[in-house]
Design a protein around this ligand. Sequence first.
Ligand SMILES: *Cc1c(COP(=O)(O)O)cnc(C)c1O
Length: 402
Amino acid sequence: MVHLTTELIHHGYVPPAGFEAPQQGVFKASTVFFPSVAAMRSREWKDKTAYTYGLHGTPTTYALEERLCTLEGGAQCVLAPSGLAAIANVALSLLKSGDEVLIPDNAYGPNKALAEGELKGWGITHQYYDPMDPLDLEAQISSRTRLVWVEAAGSVTLEFPDLAALVRICKKRGVTVALDNTWGAGLAFKPFDLVPGEVPALAVDISAHALTKYPSGGGDVLMGSVITRDAGLHMRLKLTHMRLGLGVGANDAEAVLRALPSMALRYRAHDEATRQLAQWCQAQPQFLQVLHPALQDSPGHAHWKTLCVNGTGGAAGLFSVVIDPRYTPDQCDAFCDALRLFRIGYSWGGPVSLVVPYDLASMRSSWPSHLAHGTLVRFAVGLEAAADLQADLANALSVALI
Ligand SMILES: *Cc1c(COP(=O)(O)O)cnc(C)c1O
């Protein structure tokens, strides 16, 4: 007679198949059962035709991967536990001792820190190029260059590069090009079809995306994705992904699946409010410069307009200001502290507006000529009413920057 403890584990009931509802089920597993040893030996996880182990995929993660491919126009996807882990997955898959990676000088800071703090120690060198000068990229590509990162717009300073020109150079020189697509999010432009109508399509090789931002939309999930269109390249990424054990939690995957249907609507709402606030900030004498690619005089505005289909593709909800250097760094901090709706905090893409002052001098090889000198403050606009956010900015200016 089987004992109750055993029966409670090996229970005979199987729910009926065919349950359908708007939201995916949350499948959690490390172990996956096989009906026989032969089935265990023959199942293949690499092409998603079967399940073998939680780390190799579940119905929940497979579903999320497929939807993200649709979002970005790719064919294959791996999920990583953060946007930075996605970036690291790309670097560790493609770079070996003796290789070099080229990174734009305005790249997401931790991408540079990965190169400086980890890759360097493994004999992988890096150079920073000026993203606003395609000739600088071309000049820096050498026989050792195995990977070029591109980012549009750049982190914090939001310069918009001529992305198509940068990608063309990489294609011409036969170097793999990876885009950090967190800003565009698959909505502002198409990373695998950068010039509408061009055949064959001009495409990045890899699109890495911090799902932490707009796909999650809640400020409560850390996740990243790496999307490709080439099966061989995907397999290199996937094998590294498996060897490093980069799994994601089922509840987190479900949270992203739940937020994806509203993503385009949220992106547009963030975009509209951000442009309104950026324009208002341009009229404030305390700000020497406002950085947002849709503003006429923001660096790379023309490139943004071309790539994002005359602006209809939109822009993420980020803008930065350079505060007149007649205000001390302490006064600039007091301005951030005086904000009430804009909370002080990293990341973006959620409902709550955020503000962070940055020390640009410590982030760049040199101060870019297109940036005014002063304290840089980056705003991430949430989903609050734009009028309330504007009043918050006006109040903080009147309190701290007088
Ligand atoms: C936030 C961000 C990342 C990293 O995402 P995490 O999930 O926080 O690791 C990478 N690139 C860009 C451009 C980002 O803004």
